[in-house]
Design a protein around this ligand. Structure first.
Ligand SMILES: [Zn+2]
Length: 502
């Protein structure tokens, strides 16, 4: 059924009212603004469908975007231009940043959860968080010696239009905003090499001594995937201040965890140039990890976890004491040299030892997970001595950042298609396209050694992917998962404890 533009706009307005994106008092104002943008001059229509689901926004926007493209309001042959125009439409429904800040603070004073619920849902309903695309991801769980790991095959990020790739290649790279995390993206229209952010909003939070901003990830990998970014474009750096910031965050929003990627290449995340943290509502497999050994330090408990990446958990109720113990652990690790395990803390002035941190507050108990990382490279392992081994690169090649170190794999979208090809190959090797399967040769060798069931073969194959992910995490362990490696880790923890008592 074709919907005339005024009718389509009335439907979108009804949606905005039903999800409380706008106040009824703002109806005419928003309607008229959008009429101007869309070139509609026929007066207001009545909505024809008042019952909207979460996915209906795409259906509601489609006729408006088609019509505006037809009228030349944007380059209708460019997918990026269409996305930019959609963001501009949804921006009209969004309050100014200052209004949203005041609202967040007022709700936060009543209860922190009210504030994040309101902000999060506004980001979803305004199409900033792309729930339609996130729904395309494939997610499954996999058993491992360390408990149940999670795996997401990332199909949500849209393919780039070839025209837009050409435009980006022939255009000078933008220097404003300086990077994808800079706060200046708020309301920014985007460019061929930048995503449209007209409908993007952030919330100011003071963490430690510095202003930070809370935003959500548009392609959330987990529930209420939040990003907390520094006001300034300053590089990632972990020091004593980091703990004050992370603890301030969980004090302000105790229903969210927060974590910091390591601040060095190879073991850090993909954005080292801008100080930021990631948090959110989800719980992660590392939080279910068993304890191998523990030490009591007066009011603080120090635990060595049964986790593929060498991890120490420190918990206690006294904030300052927990911070002191966790920061002492980081500093002790920073100085650690253990040539038996290739742990070289620095080469000249280049340091190699660092940490990935996660902080959670449950009731009044603080927990800090410190994952010991080292980014040294060797002739044998030029990608990183404690990086995923090349035999697993078909499944996972990129850095093991915060989310994955916590036991949640984010794997490339190509795997969804290629796993089917691998399954076909296992059924009938003669039918295979060798070129496509070349990156998976090691994976195929690995699964070929396992007993393959007669039923639920794709489920079984996905479990094997999970097993390879567990091995990829083990590759990153500075103290390996061997009896000798774990003995060395235990001795290291005891040495830290002795050192901290002094
Ligand atoms: Zn930046």
């Amino acid at each position: 059924m074709t919907v005339n533009p005024a009718q389509a706009l009335a439907n979108l307005m009804a949606y905005a009212l039903s999800v409380e994106l706008i106040h009824p008092d703002d109806y005419d104002y928003v309607y008229n603004k959008l009429c101007y943008m869309l070139g509609i001059s026929t007066g207001q229509a009545e909505p024809i469908d008042l019952c909207f689901g979460r996915d209906d926004l795409e259906k509601l926007l489609k006729p408006l975007l088609d019509e505006a493209g037809h009228k030349g309001r944007y380059d209708s042959l460019s997918l990026a231009a269409r996305e930019r125009f959609a963001a501009q439409i949804m921006d009209v429904f969004m309050p100014h940043p200052s209004t949203l800040q005041t609202r967040f603070e007022a709700l936060h004073a009543k209860h922190p959860r009210l504030a994040t619920d309101d902000f999060y849902h506004r980001c979803v309903h305004s199409r900033y968080i792309r729930t339609d695309q996130i729904a395309a991801n494939e997610a499954f769980e996999s058993d491992s010696p360390y408990g149940t790991l999670k795996v997401t095959i990332n199909l949500g990020k849209p393919e780039k239009d070839p025209r837009d790739i050409i435009k980006a290649a022939t255009r000078q790279v933008s220097t404003y905003p300086a990077c994808l995390l800079c706060k200046e993206h708020v309301g920014h229209d985007g460019a061929p090499d930048q995503p449209p952010r007209a409908n993007h909003r952030i919330i100011r939070m003071r963490l430690g001594k510095d202003p930070f901003y809370l935003q959500y990830s548009p392609y959330a990998y987990y529930a209420e995937h939040a990003i907390v970014l520094h006001e300034k474009h300053v590089p990632m750096h972990i020091d004593a201040q980091t703990y004050e910031r992370l603890f301030d965050f969980v004090d302000a929003l105790p229903h969210y965890f927060i974590g910091s990627n390591a601040d060095l290449p190879i073991v850090g995340g993909s954005m080292l140039s801008h100080e930021h943290y990631q948090g959110g509502l989800a719980r992660f497999p590392i939080e279910e990890a068993k304890t191998c050994a523990s030490i009591k330090q007066r009011t603080v408990t120090v635990e060595r976890l049964h986790w593929p990446i060498s991890t120490i958990k420190i918990s206690g109720k006294a904030r300052a004491t927990v911070i002191k113990a966790a920061d002492a652990l980081r500093r002790f690790w920073q100085e650690t040299c253990d040539s038996d395990h290739d742990i070289i803390p620095c080469t000249g002035t280049t340091r190699h030892n660092t940490v990935t941190l996660v902080v959670r507050k449950t009731d009044d108990m603080y927990t800090v997970y410190t994952m010991l990382r080292n980014n040294i490279t060797t002739a044998e392992r030029p990608d990183g001595r404690f990086h995923v081994h090349p035999c697993r690169h078909g499944i996972k090649k990129e850095n093991i950042g915060l989310i994955e170190a916590m036991g949640w794999a984010i794997l490339p979208g190509r795997l969804a298609r290629d796993l089917q090809l691998i399954a076909n190959y296992l059924d009938d090797p003669l039918q295979a396209n060798e070129d496509t399967l070349a990156p998976y040769r090691d994976f195929i060798d690995f699964v070929s050694k396992q007993t393959r069931p007669n039923t639920h073969r794709m489920t079984w194959l996905k479990q094997q992917v999970g097993h390879v992910f567990a091995q990829a995490l083990e590759d990153c362990a500075v103290f390996p998962q061997t009896a000798a490696g774990q003995r060395a880790f235990q001795s290291w923890m005891e040495a830290y404890d002795d050192n901290h008592k002094i």
